[in-house]
Ligand binder design. Structure first.
Ligand SMILES: [Fe+2]
Length: 185
């Protein structure tokens, strides 16, 4: 289950409705979908995409996404750290970053800009069942949790739009992307 940390306010949010409410002024969608019982632990990409077809179709309609795939990485994935290093520095994309976490987890740091809620840097820890959309042009960075594994559905308008445009203000240097909660102690 997701959790939000707002370091500047020394605040943490763990309730689904409050998480959704907090993210709304930043244009970030958040949902939690059932995973256990819906797919087998060993399900392949095709089986995963077919199990969530209804939800994926709804998201495609809402955000104009045209393709979906499944990404799976673990400490055994060749070049994992180099791959992660591309996304652990503050960046934006020319399209939304939409992820539904099947297993494993990670942290999105958002350098959020909002006229109503104020500008602030916050972290969203995502885990099994969490769906998140980081809107295009939102400043953010990402890292996996300490166990370095994730299986997730991704949605794209054009996969080429997912290349990072880096923001060079070094804000990410001030934060240590470590997952929190009992699983990670
Ligand atoms: Fe990104």
């Amino acid at each position: 289950m997701a959790s939000i940390s707002i370091p500047s306010e020394n605040r943490q949010i763990d309730n689904v409705d409050e998480i959704r409410q907090f993210l709304e002024p930043y244009g970030i969608w958040f949902e939690n979908w059932q995973v256990e019982g819906r797919i087998d632990k060993e399900a392949n990409s095709e089986e995963i995409l077919s199990a969530y077809k209804k939800e994926i179709d709804k998201l495609k309609e809402r955000g104009g996404y045209v393709t979906a795939d499944v990404i799976q990485v673990s400490p055994e994935t060749p070049g994992l750290e180099a791959m992660l290093a591309k996304f652990s520095k503050e960046h934006t994309h020319s399209e939304d970053e939409v992820r539904f976490i099947i297993s494993g987890g990670g942290i999105f740091y958002i350098n959020g800009k909002s006229e109503t809620a104020g500008d602030k840097v916050f972290a969203i820890q995502v885990e099994e069942g969490d769906l998140i959309n980081v809107p295009k042009r939102t400043r953010h960075w990402f890292d996996l949790c300490q166990d370095r594994r994730v299986k997730a559905i991704r949605l794209f308008i054009d996969p080429a739009g997912w290349t990072p445009d880096y923001v060079d203000d070094n804000i990410d240097d001030n934060y240590e992307p470590l997952c929190w909660g009992p699983r990670y102690i």
